[in-house]
Design a protein around this ligand. Structure first.
Ligand SMILES: Cc1cc2nc3c(=O)[nH]c(=O)nc-3n(C[C@H](O)[C@H](O)[C@H](O)COP(=O)(O)OP(=O)(O)OC[C@H]3O[C@@H](n4cnc5c(N)ncnc54)[C@H](O)[C@@H]3O)c2cc1C
Ligand SMILES: Cc1cc2nc3c(=O)[nH]c(=O)nc-3n(C[C@H](O)[C@H](O)[C@H](O)COP(=O)(O)O)c2cc1C
Length: 455
């Protein structure tokens, strides 16, 4: 058959598949709305009139963790509650809730985290009815090192207030996990003077023994990246899912745990990381990355907490094709997913990975090659920005491959992005919006088919 005929058939199939995607998204949204309406009706009715909604806007899980604690504190004082990601709520849910507690983090340049992007765009950006029936409180999570401190929590609070909702208390802003502010929130929720809570849906701290450290990018123009392997020092079994992270807390900086994407699966028997050695302008090493990549001797132990990263797990996408996009140490989170996929014999995986030079920065080359040979990776695009005159990044490759991106999405694929927020994740997001359109991106986020672990 001639080229135009093939193109016409291809285009027809893309349109059909796209129509199927829209239909499936429509039905899911309908179901979600129905669920929300039922929940709201339950909240509004009879003996559940005292029930509160706890809504979280979270990227990496802190806000979600605090939402669970908030629900427990409310429960302890006799207020039943229902937990919900902000993206699952609409104006009607809020109007009928009566009472709501919002826990919201901030990302990017003062933006909503992914778990609230749909809400921010559609509900806060839409024409919303009066919310004067709602009483609410906002806990805003942020970090003063960023220019737009707690910007999304503030915007949410101001929007609720502008829509007529009544504040139960003034907004509480938490700088970098500040214990005093968290205790104030706990006191508000529990109605008492409770001290800050330690319990969280992260695992208990556990000692891990460093058994291997390998430099992966010798001669690189970028900072050195090491693969680290740890085994449980106390012999106990550890559990995590691909996509999860582990936190290490330093004695020198107890208020700011450092987070690392786990690059292996539990079946490997080792917790592995890909860590870039950070060097400060004064020549000293990054506090945590310096310990992990340099000063911690092989055979010594470090204490980690494993943190379920629900927003980046495979979850409901386990049986879908996956487009995995990342750069640098972002390969860690993608690698754990690829190992999980290989272990389950799932083949439809497309890796789009960016670094500087193929000669030094082709991380995990052998493992990627073996996945290609074994069919785990159906397509691989390695994008080396400095190997040609013009700088080329993963987002450019996505734009070049826009037809395949659309086809994969039409056939049900989910997108996972791991690595740098600045440059990579924002560039990828813009490219995907250009290829798929803002509406489809919104549907993908709402259906948890667009997931990011970016930092
Ligand atoms: C969800 C998530 C997942 C992550 N996954 C990974 C991963 O898989 N691999 C990875 O390598 N990283 C990952 N990170 C980043 C990691 O958590 C750390 O932020 C990173 O390793 C730097 O920490 P550090 O303690 O070494 O650096 P720090 O010592 O905290 O320094 C970091 C920055 O602070 C400033 N700074 C601190 N002290 C000084 C000083 N004395 N002089 C000048 N400037 C200073 C500088 O701007 C410096 O660049 C992840 C982060 C998140 C949020
Ligand atoms: C890449 C990145 C960007 C961030 N941007 C901001 C910001 O602009 N303003 C702010 O106050 N906090 C910012 N933060 C801090 C987060 O809001 C804070 O760590 C919060 O506890 C994260 O909660 P979560 O795990 O629920 O997403 C940022 C954090 C990261 C890792």
């Amino acid at each position: 058959m001639n080229d135009p005929a093939w193109r016409a058939i291809g285009a027809g199939m893309t349109v059909l598949a796209y129509a199927a995607l829209c239909a499936s998204v429509y039905w899911r949204q309908r179901r979600l709305r129905a669920d929300n309406a039922r929940a709201a009706a339950a909240l509004a009715g009879g003996d559940t009139g005292q029930q509160a909604l706890v809504l979280f806007a979270s990227q990496t899980g802190n806000a979600e963790t605090l939402a669970w604690k908030t629900a427990r504190w409310l429960h302890e004082r006799g207020t039943p509650s229902r937990l919900m990601p902000l993206n699952d709520a609409d104006a009607e849910t809020l109007r009928r809730a009566g009472s709501a507690y919002f826990i919201a983090s901030t990302y990017g340049e003062g933006d909503a985290p992914d778990g609230a992007s749909v809400f921010a765009e559609r509900v806060m950006g839409g024409a919303v009815a009066d919310l004067s029936s709602l009483r609410y409180a906002v806990l805003a999570l942020g970090d003063r090192q960023y220019a737009n401190f707690c910007a999304f929590g503030r915007a949410l609070d101001e929007w609720l207030h502008a829509k007529g909702a009544r504040r139960q208390s003034e907004r509480i802003e938490v700088d970098n996990g500040d214990a005093v502010q968290l205790a104030a929130w706990q006191a508000h929720c529990s109605g008492s003077n409770a001290e800050a809570v330690a319990e969280a849906p992260v695992s208990a701290p556990q000692p891990w023994r460093l058994v291997r450290r390998t430099l992966l990018n010798e001669g690189s123009a970028g900072g050195p990246i090491f693969e680290l392997a740890f085994t449980p020092a106390d012999g106990s079994a550890a559990h995590w899912e691909s996509g999860d992270t582990a936190q290490i807390t330093l004695d020198s900086d107890p208020g700011r745990p450092r987070e690392y994407s786990i690059a292996s699966i539990a079946a490997d028997g080792e917790m592995q990381f890909l860590v870039r050695q950070e060097r400060h302008p004064d020549g000293t090493l990054g506090a945590a990355s310096g310990l992990l990549t340099s000063t911690l001797p092989i055979g010594d132990t470090a204490t980690f907490r494993i943190r379920p990263h629900r927003g980046f797990r495979l979850g409901g996408n386990a049986d879908r094709p996956l487009i995995l996009i990342g750069n640098g140490t972002g390969l860690a989170g993608l690698r754990s997913h690829l190992r999980a996929r290989a272990a389950r014999g799932r083949r439809e995986n497309w890796l789009v990975f960016g670094e500087r030079n193929a000669r030094c920065d082709f991380l995990c080359r052998d493992e990627i090659a073996s996945w290609q040979q074994g069919g785990v990776l159906g397509r691989v695009d390695m994008v080396f920005s400095r190997d040609q005159e013009e700088a080329l990044y993963v987002q450019h490759r996505l734009l070049q491959a826009h037809e395949q991106v659309s086809q994969w999405i039409a056939s049900g694929a989910a997108i996972y992005v791991c690595g740098s927020l600045n440059g990579m994740a924002s560039g990828v997001d813009a490219a995907l919006r250009q290829i798929l359109g803002t509406a489809v991106m919104g549907e993908l986020s709402a259906a948890d088919r667009y997931r990011r672990d970016v930092y």
